[in-house]
Design a protein. Structure first.
Length: 284
């Protein structure tokens, strides 16, 4: 579908990249511009990997194995993993090759662009003062919850009664919650409007600090919510967002460097795109 200096980016590879973007951004379809951006990302990756090979950028075998192990943890068995791989037309060997390629690209980007990119405290302060509207915080609530499956409504009601009588919320969350937060007593930390499903958000913001909500039904099941704190909106202090902002600014600088670097590589590269195949994938 796409050839870069003789290296072929297959139609399947493009389709997988599109599927990954849909998953990450929770979209059913992609816009034409988004698909064109994926083409550019794939081309740039091939060009940078060529340079990485010439610069002998290495990948630790242990890291490859660890990445594969993490993938396998999403499956009940080795057989399930292999079946899933086979279903998308892959093999364990091609999966390994792709992981190695991705890790090599990551290591190259770290070495080439991140290692010498710095953002000073002075630059952070200047940006923070220049764009205060980007650091606004809405009203927030901190809550813990216990999640029950829909079929366990009776159990949820029973636990709710016990909590209203003063039994320990964190202990019941640990013993009964179907949410991973149960391992930390059900604590979800602070969140503002728009972060939770509407029914959950409404109940959390309407419940007073220290109180326990009525049983709340959402698409995930039944929740018992305990509100543990609230805070009014305003500006995040620089100290609260300092390191996040630093990383964001570093990422912006690195992205600019990568675009300049790959633009130069493209000037000397032979890039052939099968426009008929690509056009057929664009939304009508």
């Amino acid at each position: 579908m796409i050839k870069v200096n003789g290296f072929e980016i297959s139609e399947k590879e493009f389709d997988m990249a599109c599927a990954e973007k849909k998953f990450l951004f929770k979209k059913n379809t992609l816009e034409k511009s988004e698909m064109e951006e994926i083409v550019n990302v794939l081309i740039d990756a091939v060009l940078m990997l060529e340079v990485a090979k010439n610069e002998n950028i290495a990948v630790d075998e242990k890291e490859i194995e660890n990445t594969i192990s993490k993938m396998k943890k999403n499956f009940k068995s080795e057989e399930d993993f292999c079946n899933a791989v086979k279903k998308i037309g892959d093999t364990p060997e091609t999966v390994r090759e792709r992981i190695e390629k991705n890790l090599k690209l990551r290591n190259f980007v770290r070495h080439k662009f991140y290692e010498d990119t710095r953002v000073s405290d002075e630059d952070l302060k200047k940006y923070y003062d220049q764009y205060p509207e980007r650091f606004k915080r809405g009203d927030e609530v901190r809550a813990s919850h216990i999640l029950f499956n829909e079929v366990d409504k009776d159990k949820a009601l029973e636990v709710h009664e016990l909590l209203l009588k003063g039994e320990d919320f964190a202990e019941h969350a640990l013993n009964h919650s179907q949410c991973p937060s149960g391992q930390s007593g059900g604590d979800l930390g602070f969140f503002d409007h728009g972060k939770m499903v509407p029914e959950f958000e409404k109940a959390a913001f309407e419940t007073e600090v220290g109180d326990i909500s009525d049983l709340v039904q959402t698409e995930f099941g039944y929740h018992i919510i305990k509100v543990t704190d609230k805070r009014s909106g305003g500006l995040f202090r620089l100290e609260e967002v300092k390191e996040q902002l630093r990383q964001s600014m570093i990422n912006s600088v690195v992205n600019h460097k990568i675009k300049k670097f790959t633009a130069k590589l493209r000037e000397k590269a032979e890039i052939i795109i099968d426009t008929d195949i690509l056009s057929g994938k664009f939304p009508s």
